[in-house]
Design a protein around this ligand. Structure first.
Ligand code: 6PG
Length: 233
């Protein structure tokens, strides 16, 4: 489905608007189904958005939060996405939300993938909102071009919700939600900042390149509701 672009003058205006939109998705989930599930991404870009979302007045106790992907490092590691969430989103009133981590204390993702999958299987699908970021190589979540399990993770009708992933561009092993899990979300957001990411994404969306070159484009195309791209310079 073709995405809808939302342009903002700067990162704080973007963060405010995206947090308001996601908060509305979560409120609706709780009103209509008694519970809401949010999937967010790590990396550097989402910090302002996550801090802003934490200040929203929401039914946090009925909200479950998990990650689109995780780097296989402990939660106190500087590169941990769980750490980012604990520093930004899971604070104040929002700390009452239930958090389902993707990292488990084990040497490799393969050691824990069955337990992670079981925890995710207990969450109601579809997710109320999924917020993705993007790398300049066209990856989102940890769906990296050239990754070892990419073909399995990109299956539209795949039954796995989460897979281990290793890629030349990733510093450490990862675990990632799959295309099948991400694309059935009730609302999908892609948060990108800067001219370079904008041009990478425009090219990925216009090209007929195989998914192996731009997984992000395939995820947006597979979204069951119109995806929203939030961009600022
Ligand atoms: C991660 C991610 C990843 C991220 C992009 C963008 O853990 O690395 O979830 O998909 O969203 O790499 O990262 P930046 O915001 O740091 O550019």
């Amino acid at each position: 489905m073709q995405p809808l672009w939302h342009e903002y003058a700067g990162p704080w205006a973007l963060a405010e608007a995206q947090a308001a939109a996601v908060a509305e998705n979560l409120r609706r989930g709780v009103i209509e189904r008694g519970a809401a599930t949010l999937v967010v991404s790590g990396g550097n870009t989402p910090r302002r958005f996550l801090e802003t979302l934490a200040r929203e007045t929401l039914p946090w106790t009925q909200t479950t939060i998990t990650l689109a992907d995780e780097r296989w490092v402990p939660p106190d590691h500087a590169r941990s996405n769980e750490r980012l969430l604990r520093e930004t989103l899971l604070r104040g009133a929002a700390s009452a939300a239930r958090f389902v981590p993707l990292y488990r204390a084990a040497p490799t993702p393969e050691d824990s993938i069955a337990r992670i999958a079981a925890d995710l299987a207990a969450l109601p699908l579809p997710f109320d909102a999924v917020v993705l970021g993007m790398g300049t190589d066209g990856h989102c979540a940890s769906l990296f071009p050239g990754a070892d399990n990419l073909a399995e993770a990109m299956q539209a009708d795949g039954t796995q919700r989460v897979l281990p992933m290793r890629a030349p561009a990733a510093e450490e092993p990862r675990v990632t939600l799959t295309l099948a899990a991400l694309t059935q979300a009730r609302a999908m957001y892609l948060h990108i900042e800067g001219a370079q990411k904008r041009s990478v994404l425009e090219q990925a969306l216009s090209a007929t390149a195989p998914f192996t070159q731009a997984p992000v484009a395939e995820v947006l195309r597979g979204a069951r509701t119109q995806p929203h791209i939030f961009h600022c310079p």
